[in-house]
Design a protein around this ligand. Structure first.
Ligand code: BGP
Length: 468
């Protein structure tokens, strides 16, 4: 196949990403309420989220560095519990003011702010009243929260992200329950009901934004990944299809097309997992269609024909595939190298994922996360993170190839702008272009240092990605 290489579009958004609970700290300042993340701790020698990278107090200093790096966009999340401390009660002006200051500072520095409304940090009081199981309460609370943001910021924000990784919250929630808000085990039927309630909240929020802006674009960020069959055995191919349906298409078909994926639906019905769908629900989904789709990509998945009771010992997190009885079983991919933290590295998988999602839905795509977690050492006021540079180099090269093949991608926001607390593995697992000087338990001065990748990314942005 002859492929003419395209340059990145002139207005391509080279950015970087963070989330509120993993970076802001200030967990109880300026009337912030508690979120489900504020009460989490993964061990004595693993940082909690109370101070994190202290972005709440240091955001101006960080934006000076972002500007120096040449960032064109910055994807962050808004802490629901800052805006409405109890989740559905009074609106907290101080919370709105913080994000207004942040947004204004970004705009002043020509950096496009890309806020995510909800990134794993449900207000604790909502969780205590049932969280996403309680449709009436939590869907309405999400809408009230979204409306407070749209009212205040609709004119300043071009791109909104509704939910971060709904698929991870649901899929992993049933396995280890680390990210969906509750530490208590929830059964799978409840999770698919929660997922349905999230679809409704999201579709209604999309519809609501149209009242406040005709220009702004809005969409979800899912952890979509391509899934390979373990072999050319037809049964393995079927299992890869199944895994892709359960990880990707069930979510995106509901969000984009307003339908339940037929194969997922039959599986839900046969296994007593079908959520309650109210009369009007599918119309609500059809009405609230996203303008773009955002993808968090770290790795691909590989599966084989399901064999009951295999792989029970696999340590599951958001990037590892798992088993669903009757549908697929996890399999190792020996063609792929592994990161220090055990995730398979697959730059070509990014290109495959982008092609699959674009071909299926033909909506512009954004990358809201992509990155490499490493334990690192500060030496001579910098970090030599050559491995991260190589990781980005390979992924961006594949991104350019996907664009050259006809996929529309508008932004690349790697994870993460600054070092922050990993979702469940503490501060030592670092992702940033900017080193934040603290350890798990010693906050030191939280001073910032530019890593080698900072300069590399700066150069790449300057050349608009034209380095291959
Ligand atoms: C994604 C989450 C992020 C971030 C990232 C890296 O799934 O959206 O919040 O945490 O994964 O994962 P981790 O922090 O577990 O290394």
């Amino acid at each position: 196949m002859k492929l003419k290489k395209n340059n990145f579009p002139k207005d391509f958004l080279w950015g970087a990403s963070i989330s509120a609970f993993q970076s802001e700290g200030a967990y109880n300042e300026d009337n912030k309420g508690m979120s489900v993340q504020d009460i989490k701790k993964y061990g004595d020698d693993v940082s909690d989220f109370k101070v994190a990278s202290d972005f709440y107090h240091k955001y101006k200093e960080d934006i000076i560095l972002f500007k120096e790096m040449g960032l064109k966009s910055f994807r962050f999340s808004i802490a629901w519990s800052r805006i409405i401390p109890t989740g559905d009660g009074e609106i907290n002006e101080k919370g709105l003011q913080f994000y207004e200051n942040l947004i204004d500072e970004l705009i002043k520095n020509n950096i496009e702010p890309i806020p995510t409304l909800y990134h794993f940090d449900l207000p604790l009081s909502l969780q205590e009243q049932g969280g996403w199981n309680n449709r009436e309460l939590t869907v309405n609370a999400y809408l009230k929260y979204a409306e407070a943001l749209f009212k205040r910021f609709a004119k300043k924000i071009k791109y909104w992200i509704t939910f971060n990784e709904q698929n991870v919250m649901i899929m992993i929630g049933s396995k280890v329950s680390i990210l969906n808000g509750s530490q208590t085990a929830v059964n799978e039927k409840e999770l698919y009901q929660q997922s349905h309630n999230m679809f409704i909240a999201q579709a209604k929020a999309i519809d609501l934004l149209r009242k406040y802006s005709t220009q702004a674009k809005i969409g979800p960020a899912l952890n979509n990944v391509c899934i390979y069959p373990d072999s050319k055995k037809p049964e393995d191919y079927l299992s890869a299809q199944n895994a892709s349906i359960m990880r990707n298409w069930y979510y995106l078909d509901a969000i984009v097309r307003g339908i339940y994926n037929p194969i997922a639906k039959k599986y839900f019905l046969d296994n007593n997992l079908m959520p309650e769908i109210l009369d009007n629900d599918l119309d609500i989904l059809k009405k609230g269609k996203p303008d773009f789709l955002s993808i968090n990509y770290y790795t691909s998945g590989t599966v084989k024909e399901n064999q009951e009771d295999t792989n029970k010992a696999i340590k599951i997190d958001q990037q590892t595939m798992f088993d669903i009885n009757g549908l697929f079983s996890y399999s190792k991919n020996e063609y792929l190298g592994k990161t220090e933290y055990g995730w398979a590295m697959d730059p070509v998988g990014l290109r495959i994922t982008l092609r699959e999602v674009y071909e299926r839905y033909q909506l512009p795509l954004m990358i809201s996360e992509n990155g490499l977690g490493l334990s690192e050492k500060l030496e001579n006021e910098t970090v030599n993170d050559q491995m991260r540079i190589e990781y980005y180099h390979q992924h961006i090269e594949q991104l350019q190839l996907a664009i050259s093949e006809g996929v529309e991608v508008i932004a690349y926001n790697p994870w993460s702008a600054i070092d922050l607390v990993s979702s469940h593995q503490g501060f030592k697992k670092r992702y940033g272009f900017i080193y934040v000087d603290r350890t798990e338990n010693d906050l030191k001065e939280l001073k910032r240092y530019k890593k080698k990748s900072f300069y590399w990314y700066k150069d790449l942005i300057l050349k608009n990605g034209d380095i291959f």
